[in-house]
Ligand binder design. Structure first.
Ligand SMILES: Nc1nc2c(c(=O)[nH]1)N[C@H]1C(S)=C(S)[C@@H](COP(=O)(O)OP(=O)(O)OC[C@H]3O[C@@H](n4cnc5c(=O)[nH]c(N)nc54)[C@H](O)[C@@H]3O)O[C@H]1N2
Ligand SMILES: Nc1nc2c(c(=O)[nH]1)N[C@H]1C(S)=C(S)[C@@H](COP(=O)(O)OP(=O)(O)OC[C@H]3O[C@@H](n4cnc5c(=O)[nH]c(N)nc54)[C@H](O)[C@@H]3O)O[C@H]1N2
Ligand SMILES: [Mo]
Length: 698
């Protein structure tokens, strides 16, 4: 069994476990427990990348476990929707109510009128896509396209490379050039930062391509402060430079790739000058980057997720990820690319794979608002939310909220805390946290598999996902593989077809290392997993999907009425919206002083950020680290974090990215005005606007 030290005299124990929150780092943790309560959470060294340190968010996770917003009981709505008031019922009773309603909806409208809605709130292999998936498939509900994150980059890396594993964190220090492209690891993957700094100390050059001057951009040799959405032309211009100046690795291209001629032709349209003009960057900086990339090896590109959330995002990711192929950067330690490693090691869920998926209606999760308000044949009659907080995290927030308001919609929310979505529920179900149940977590940065084991008993009546879905399935008369989650071995049966050695290693050590090498050299240890093992530089299947073709730039549409662009990057204070309940301060929109001056706006003013979809009222912070013309408001805000209950997503259209059906979170056109505080003192604004957020019930 994985380490668990007990000192029963004092009721003290230390539990080794891991963090399943939606972050690439998947840290190994050591939890100190006293008399059944978590007293501290620290990093451990079991996962080498964690190396004993963790972020402040998880260190403070006990505040969530024992916090005022924790859901201790199941509840049935009392009074109007959205007030967040519930009558306490037993979990069994709540499940019975949900089951009865599901049957009724199936009889009246067909099971496709039920929409299960989940994302990565728990990245554990047990708590998503196991019992839940079996239940919903057998019942014949609508299906969900889980596109809110990484859809464009995944489509593209699948098409080009068959999701070849990435360069590991540890091997960043071997690189002589690192390009951080639309990635901000200081906020979103902190364990990468020491490796980048070590590389710099050893003489590596650092290039950061980002509309914001991030912490690492300040330390970079070159910060290319692009206009959002223009990365595709920057990457194509570097391709053109490589092709035209004899830096393309023709031997590698001939042997290992397909489609290079078409790529060459698309790139030919983008001389460096033209790309620099479109992206509003200094031509000389761009030339320097192209030269550095041509000359230095090992050269490593970190493709983040900031650049994909845009109408040009899929093509941007494709043009970026094809650079190491053209420049011949593979075959050396520290050279190549790094992206999500979620596809590096597939741990199949046997039970789920075996159950065929019925071809029921497929709903793109980014269009939840539309689904709730417009879908017919059948209309959505039940929304079942778990591992997700769509009232604040999905595009077109106002339309999502309009849908949640529908009296004839039955909403079930299964969560750990009373989220903004849970407030709209007809039935709430209390979920355990990773400190209270078993799970298995696979990293998408480092690729190890780790065991999660409970450090404490479930708080209140909270239950693990598999238990709730197992009970619900039984009530519906369905046969699913579930577990009462009594021990690690039982839990493993529910979930995955783990190979014996992997299972044994997890049980004995709490960690298992993957079949693929943990520190792979691309094109030495790992190869494309495309059918012919070649890199497909011009994947025609994506061309059919992309509205303007592949490697195309669809422009960007700043308009006279909405000339600014709003970005919403990851914040170091929350993981998506998780832990947002613990913060009560108002968020501040970041704005460049130049944009503020022309609008007569000063630091600290209350501003209104608006477009045709909605408005956000909050204080402004002037910040010259932004590209002029761009604003920034963190993702993951709760309704209480702005003065009118709207987050950045009230301004995000539910249109799709060029490839992959992803969300365009960073492609938001807005205008800003100062709110005259004589009209609304900030307190009044808060009272006036948070109809749904004032009378909070813990
Ligand atoms: N602390 C914390 N860590 C997290 C998360 C969190 O919420 N909090 N979320 C996790 C999740 S789910 C994800 S997906 C990852 C995301 O992690 P990252 O890949 O780092 O993504 P973002 O923070 O969304 O954006 C990264 C950078 O892209 C920039 N950017 C925005 N638009 C553009 C553009 O058009 N071009 C370019 N070149 N850059 C652009 C932003 O300014 C930002 O600095 O982080 C994970 N880690
Ligand atoms: N404006 C803007 N919005 C964005 C983005 C952006 O860049 N800009 N980025 C997007 C990205 S990258 C992502 S990944 C999505 C994420 O969006 P969501 O998937 O909605 O993520 P969270 O907000 O973290 O909500 C997850 C919820 O799951 C719950 N949960 C955790 N573990 C369990 C469990 O074991 N059981 C149950 N039942 N519940 C559990 C948590 O308490 C939490 O409330 O948001 C997207 N939203
Ligand atoms: Mo994400």
């Amino acid at each position: 069994m994985a380490e668990r030290e007990d000192d029963s005299t004092w009721g003290r124990s230390t539990v080794d476990t891991a963090c399943p929150l939606d972050c690439p780092d998947t840290c190994s943790l050591s939890i100190s427990v006293e008399r059944g309560k978590v007293v501290s959470i620290d990093g451990s060294t079991r996962e080498p990348v964690t190396d004993g340190f963790i972020c402040g968010k998880v260190r403070g996770f006990g505040d969530r476990v024992y916090g005022a917003d924790r859901l201790h009981h199941a509840g049935v709505r009392e009074g109007e929707k959205g007030r967040g008031r519930f009558k306490k019922v037993s979990v069994d009773r709540a499940i019975e109510i949900v089951a009865t309603r599901m049957q009724q909806i199936k009889e009246e409208h067909g099971a496709e009128a039920i929409l299960p809605f989940s994302y990565g709130g728990s990245n554990g292999l047990v708590s998503q896509d196991t019992t839940d998936a079996l239940l919903f498939r057998q019942f014949g509900t609508s299906r969900l396209a889980r596109t809110v994150c990484a859809a464009p980059t995944t489509s593209v890396s699948q098409a080009l490379y068959g999701r070849m594993p990435s360069v590991s964190y540890e091997d960043y220090r071997e690189a002589r050039l690192i390009v951080l492209w639309g990635a901000n690891p200081s906020g979103s993957a902190i364990h990468l930062v020491p490796h980048i700094k070590a590389a710099q100390e050893a003489g590596a050059a650092l290039v950061v391509i980002d509309p914001r001057r991030t912490g690492l951009a300040k330390l970079a040799d070159i910060h290319l402060q692009v206009r959002p959405g223009t990365d595709v032309v920057i990457a194509l211009a570097i391709h053109r430079f490589l092709f035209e100046n004899g830096f393309a690795d023709e031997a590698f291209l001939a042997e290992h790739t397909r489609g290079v001629d078409q790529l060459r032709e698309r790139a030919s349209e983008w001389p460096l000058e033209r790309a620099a003009t479109v992206a509003h960057v200094d031509r000389d900086d761009l030339v320097k980057i192209a030269e550095l990339y041509a000359e230095r090896s090992p050269a490593l590109i970190r493709c983040g997720w900031g650049l994909e959330r845009n109408r040009n995002g899929g093509n941007a990711a494709m043009a970026v990820l094809s650079l190491p192929a053209v420049a011949g950067k593979f075959g050396v330690r520290g050279g190549g690319f790094s992206l999500s490693n979620s596809g590096a090691w597939t741990v199949d869920s046997a039970a789920v794979a075996a159950a065929s998926e019925p071809a029921t209606r497929l709903v793109n999760m980014n269009q939840l608002g539309r689904a709730l308000t417009e879908f017919k044949d059948p209309p959505v009659q039940m929304l079942f939310v778990y591992n997700c907080n769509p009232a604040v995290t999905m595009p077109d927030q106002n339309r999502v909220l309009e849908g949640l308001k529908r009296d004839d919609l039955f909403t079930v929310v299964f969560d750990q805390v009373l989220t903004d979505t849970a407030r709209w529920a007809d039935v709430v179900l209390p979920a355990t946290t990773f400190l209270e149940h078993y799970d298995i977590v696979k990293g998408y940065g480092p690729v190890s598999l780790q065991l999660i084991q409970p450090a404490i008993e479930p708080v209140g009546d909270s239950r693990p996902n598999v238990e709730v879905f197992g009970n619900l399935a039984r009530r519906l008369g369905l046969e699913v593989n579930s577990s009462l989650d009594t021990d690690a071995e039982a839990m493993m049966h529910v979930t995955t077809a783990l190979k014996d050695d992997v299972r044994d290693s997890l049980l004995a050590n709490g960690i298992a290392t993957p079949e693929c090498p943990a520190r792979p050299i691309q094109f030495i240890d790992v190869f494309p997993r495309t059918p012919d093992r070649k890199i497909d530089l011009f994947p025609t299947e994506l061309e059919r999907e992309a509205p303007a073709g592949i490697y195309a730039f669809q422009g960007e549409t700043a308009t006279d009425t909405h000339p600014l662009v709003l970005l919403s990057p990851a914040s170091e204070k929350t993981i998506n919206s998780t832990l947002g309940e613990l913060r009560d301060d108002l968020a501040r929109v970041q704005m460049h002083p130049q944009d503020a001056t022309v609008r007569d706006i000063s630091d600290g003013d209350t501003i209104r950020v608006f477009n045709d979809l909605g408005e956000v009222l909050c204080p402004v912070q002037l910040n010259s680290d932004l590209k002029p013309g761009a604003l920034s408001l963190p993702k993951g805000l709760w309704q209480k974090h702005t003065m009118n209950g709207s987050t950045a997503n009230a301004l995000v259209a539910d249109t799709s990215t060029d490839i992959g059906g992803g969300a365009c979170f960073n492609d938001v056109r807005v205008e800003v005005t100062r709110v005259v505080t004589a009209d609304f003192g900030s307190r009044n604004v808060a009272l006036w606007t948070t109809e749904t957020g004032t009378d909070k019930v813990h």
